[in-house]
Design a protein around this ligand. Structure first.
Ligand SMILES: [Zn+2]
Length: 414
């Protein structure tokens, strides 16, 4: 999107409440922002709903003539099925999860497009991926949040305490939402940011002394959603030895820019989520020093980046890709936990959550995710990922977050 169009939209949204900048006035801090992070009600019906997901997975399974296998692997806290689709018979397994934050909705759509392609295409490209890889996709790992179009799941601390009696006297965790957040009211329907509920120790059981915790500490597997993903991961470890690659699909702020330009970031990438266990900063993760493969995570990210830069010939928006902030320590995310367990890990952060962009740019953003996923799968299946220089990762431009300070990054909401 061009800045001028964004400016016009922002002005239209705030309407007459703000006097538009006159033709002669310079664009100062008094002018309306060219892009807004203010939460608002936006249409989202073009995105795949939970009910539509069930229909679509069933359809893909049928038309794939046995290539795609769909199974129920768990239930969300409110009893929605958590579904997994598997395609390919190769020796390396790639696990893809999407929509752990229910207001981040291009991931499920891109995942369905990918499953459709891998399940039905007779191209050499699709065949090679099916032969070399086993792709396991969980398109909606937080369906309760998805149905509510919000970040947190739908679960009270009291429910957790009933399931884990040892937590009767524990404080609720730091990521328990009971108030206003991103335009959503959690006071009548509390929930957790389950993207901090993972733990690198996949056999961890909740202990009261580990609460309330913090963003830079491990989580507890107190939610059915993370328990289900954890169980899938462990079963894949048993089957394949190591889960080669883990990709988690998210959205971030709507107004970040590519440094030195006025172009909005279409998507950010990251392969770094915890401190390296082989360094003093990562000493707390020392038990994972032998399994940790940070260079491989970098190579996988570069594969996605390169595929998108190539696609920018068709649409320059595909080229507006940056690196997500690297000064983070998030062992409570699936990415951090699984990376420590030996997976190459990739984070996609697509532009704009539903409370800012709604379904604007849905097709382009979904295609961006698809191209990035295909770039990674292609590079692994062909073996070309091994030839990628990990140093190319550090040459991906950083994200210009404007006025957002480093302090604010400690509470990353993406
Ligand atoms: Zn997210």
């Amino acid at each position: 999107m061009h800045r001028m169009r964004a400016l016009a939209l922002a002005t239209a949204v705030v309407g007459a409440a703000i006097v538009p900048a006159s033709a002669t006035a310079p664009l100062t801090s008094a002018a309306p922002p060219p892009c807004s992070e203010e939460p608002r009600e936006n249409p989202i019906s073009e995105f795949t709903s939970y009910d539509e997901l069930l229909v679509e997975l069933d359809r893909i399974e049928r038309v794939s003539a046995g290539r795609v296998e769909v199974q129920k692997v768990g239930e969300s806290n409110r009893g929605r099925d958590m579904l997994l689709a598997r395609v390919g018979t190769g020796p390396k397994v790639v696990l893809i999860t999407a929509e752990i934050h229910g207001n981040e909705k291009t991931g499920p759509d891109a995942t369905l497009d990918l499953l459709d392609f891998l399940g039905t295409s007779d191209s050499a490209h699709a065949k090679r991926i099916r032969e070399q890889l086993t792709v396991v996709a969980m398109p909606k790992i937080n369906p309760d949040a998805g149905a509510l179009d919000r970040r947190g799941n739908d679960m009270t601390w009291e429910e957790v305490q009933q399931r884990f009696p040892q937590l009767a006297a524990a404080q609720p965790p730091w990521n328990y939402y009971t108030d206003q957040r991103q335009g959503d009211d959690y006071s009548q329907r509390p929930g957790f940011d389950v993207n901090r509920d993972y733990n690198p120790d996949l056999d961890y059981q909740p202990r009261p002394q580990d609460f309330p915790g913090a963003s830079d500490q491990p989580g507890w597997f107190i939610s059915p959603e993370t328990q289900t993903v954890r169980d899938v991961y462990k079963s894949l470890q048993q089957e394949f030895g190591v889960v080669d690659t883990y990709i988690d699909l998210h959205h971030q702020g709507a107004c970040y820019t590519v440094p030195g330009t006025d172009r909005f970031v279409t998507m950010s990438l990251s392969g770094k989520f915890v401190a390296d266990p082989n360094t003093p900063e990562g000493a707390e993760y020392a038990e994972f020093a032998d399994t940790f493969r940070p260079e491989y995570s970098k190579q996988l990210n570069v594969a996605a980046y390169n595929a998108l830069q190539a696609a920018a010939n068709h649409n320059p928006e595909f080229g507006n890709i940056t690196l997500y902030p690297q000064d983070i320590d998030l062992p409570g995310t699936g990415l951090g936990a699984f990376q420590l367990n030996g997976s190459g890990a990739v984070l996609f952060e697509v532009r704009g959550q539903t409370q800012t962009l709604g379904e604007q740019h849905r097709a382009m953003l979904t295609r961006t995710v698809y191209i990035g996923l295909d770039g990674i799968l292609s590079a692994i299946a062909s073996g070309q990922v091994d030839a990628i220089d990990p140093a190319d990762y550090d040459r991906i431009p950083p994200t210009d977050r404007g006025q957002q300070t480093k302090t604010a990054l400690t509470d990353i909401e993406s």
